[in-house]
Design a protein around this ligand. Structure first.
Ligand code: UD1
Length: 351
């Protein structure tokens, strides 16, 4: 089989790593990188660390308005698909690269697989929500990470195309943790085990309005432990352009590589984030997670008591974070050996 995987942003490279490793054992894999993320640490650095073969194509699309960015991707992805004639196209997650890949494949009648299908926030202001809905309704086969994602697809009449695969990020984490914990990350970051909160924020509704980002920074500055805040380029740019005040006790750094960031999650007292992937990794690492959003796609982690939604305007913001304690027990939400089973399923579906 000739399998063509489409990626473009950091979380997709992390999902691609175990998939690539398994698929390339018995099949030809072509990797197409749209170039949506282009900073070394957000892109090439992750390919190197996770030993993902260099992409066969990098479209170097870069940043831009949503329509323009997605449109340029669509045009160029289509050219590659026509040129390569793959047997199957695989897309991951919910970014603009996912959307462009799904549309290009289906219009050419090439069988398509969406990995991480069925997630819904029911918040249509999130660009990712639109990407998820369109990709799920477009792709031929939906690989679904959780029970709640499966039930979303049932409600939309898509269950006949869906298969519960588990979450592929489980494999990436399990393959990487040992190496990650050998790194001198804490020393490099200037923090001590269990003595810091780890923060990441990049969602437009948290960071694009400078006043609301300033309010979040002010809250974070009141926490009892040091705050380590590796900032996405989008967040860094807003802080700089609007000369936001960073309270004492908050250390804003550049993003870390995947291994260093796993190490930082493993050793943090708690994690505060608006990222989907980090909510999952926190659960898998048994770390209390506070999610700065009004809703989440990863509802099981909240129901299990390991993740709590928190609003930036909540007057009890600081107390909620300080007092949050998950239960002692944890159930397996995300499955195991996911990449290997995905490849077997694709062999059954496309042959
Ligand atoms: C994208 C995804 C989001 C995912 C996130 C992970 C969409 C709609 N969003 O959001 O689902 O959670 O990636 O990181 O696809 N920038 C750089 N260097 C880079 C990449 C981006 O400086 O390597 C800057 C650009 O100035 C750009 C901004 O960050 O304007 C936002 O980048 P973009 O790719 O549009 O979306 P993300 O916010 O990263």
């Amino acid at each position: 089989m000739k399998v063509l995987s489409i990626v473009g942003a950091r979380p997709q490279f992390i999902k691609l790593a175990p998939f690539s490793r398994h698929v390339s054992k018995n099949h030809q894999e072509i990797v197409l990188h749209t170039g949506q993320h282009y900073d070394h640490i957000m892109s090439d650095g992750i390919f190197e660390e996770l030993e993902i073969p260099k992409p066969n194509y990098n479209l170097e699309i870069g940043s831009g308005r949503h329509g323009k960015q997605t449109g340029r991707m669509l045009e160029e992805v289509e050219d590659v698909l026509i040129n390569e004639e793959p047997d199957v196209v695989v897309i991951f997650g919910d970014t603009n690269s996912t959307l462009a890949g799904a549309l290009a494949a289906v219009k050419l009648g090439i069988p398509s697989i969406h990995i991480e299908a069925g997630l819904r926030s029911f918040n249509r202001e999130m660009p990712e929500e639109i990407n998820r809905v369109v990709s799920d309704h477009t792709c031929d086969h939906l690989f679904v990470p959780t029970n709640s994602a499966m039930s979303n697809l049932e409600k939309e009449g898509l269950d006949h195309r869906a298969w519960k695969s588990g979450d592929i990020m489980v494999d990436t984490l399990q393959n990487s943790l040992e190496v990650a914990l050998q790194k001198d990350t804490l020393e490099k970051a200037g923090v001590e085990k269990s003595c810091y909160y780890l923060v990441t924020l990049h969602r437009p509704y948290n960071v694009d309005d400078p006043d609301s980002l300033q309010q979040i920074l002010n809250h974070l500055g009141k926490l009892s432990l040091e705050v380590l805040f590796p900032a996405h380029p989008r967040t860094k740019k807003i802080i700089k352009e609007h000369s936001l005040e960073v309270p004492e006790g908050i250390n804003i750094t550049s993003p870390f590589g995947y291994f260093d960031f796993l190490n930082l999650q493993y050793n943090a007292a708690k994690i505060i984030t608006d990222s989907g992937g980090i909510q999952k990794e926190a659960y898998l690492l048994k770390k209390p997670c506070l999610t700065l959003r009004t809703e989440t796609e990863w509802t099981e982690t909240v129901k299990a008591g390991w993740n709590k939604l928190i609003d930036a305007i909540d007057p009890d913001f600081v107390e909620t974070i300080e007092e949050f304690q998950p239960p002692a027990e944890q159930e397996n939400i995300f499955g195991e050996n996911v990449a290997m089973r995905m490849v077997q399923k694709i062999e059954e579906l496309v042959s």
